[in-house]
Design a protein around this ligand. Structure first.
Ligand SMILES: [Zn+2]
Length: 188
């Protein structure tokens, strides 16, 4: 890079000829072309940011309880998990902030599940518990599979509301250290 800058300085020297000052425009032009290949950000004006697709990753943990209304077995009982959510996001960062999607915003959106009870909206237990505390209901049994969809939709809804050009390309919801559900963009 230093070599290129030295070239630029060299070729933009002002020459004096016959009492008139002029810039050696031919060499300057060549130098700018060279720079555009080596470090385009020097040449780009604000708003002319080259399209740059990036991927980011965020991991979020939360504690919550659930039960599976249609499950035959112990998961039909209200019980808790230390959930782990992994999110992969792809898109073009904002021209001004150079941020695709704020990691803290991802944590905040998923954080709504922390220390909550998550139940199927049709679960009769929901009506009872609502008398005592806030609960989160889902449009079906709150499995890790469904939570992946719900969280993906929450994140993409936020992106649309903020006109953020980002897509959730993969999300994993772990309900234990050995079990996770994964949702990928190809499944849509
Ligand atoms: Zn469970």
């Amino acid at each position: 890079m230093n070599f290129v800058l030295k070239l630029l300085i060299t070729y933009t020297e002002i020459y004096t000829s016959a009492g008139h000052q002029f810039i050696n425009c031919g060499n300057l032009f060549a130098c700018l072309i060279l720079l555009s290949f080596t470090h385009h950000n020097i040449i780009c004006r604000p708003g002319q940011y080259d399209t740059m697709k990036v991927q980011i990753f965020k991991e979020v943990h939360f504690d919550a309880s659930h039960r599976l209304l249609h499950y035959k077995g112990k998961c039909a009982n209200l019980h808790g998990h230390r959930w782990k959510v992994e999110v992969w996001v792809e898109g073009e960062p904002d021209n001004t902030t150079s941020i695709l999607l704020d990691y803290n915003k991802i944590k905040e959106i998923i954080g709504k599940f922390d220390h909550q009870i998550i139940l199927n909206i049709d679960d009769p237990m929901a009506t009872c518990i609502k008398k005592f505390q806030h609960i989160i209901v889902t449009p079906g049994d709150p499995t890790s599979e469904l939570l992946a969809v719900v969280i993906r939709d929450d994140l993409e809804k936020y992106c649309r509301s903020q006109r953020i050009s980002a897509k959730i390309i993969r999300i994993r919801v772990w309900e234990s250290p050995s079990c996770f559900a994964e949702l990928t963009d190809e499944n849509r």
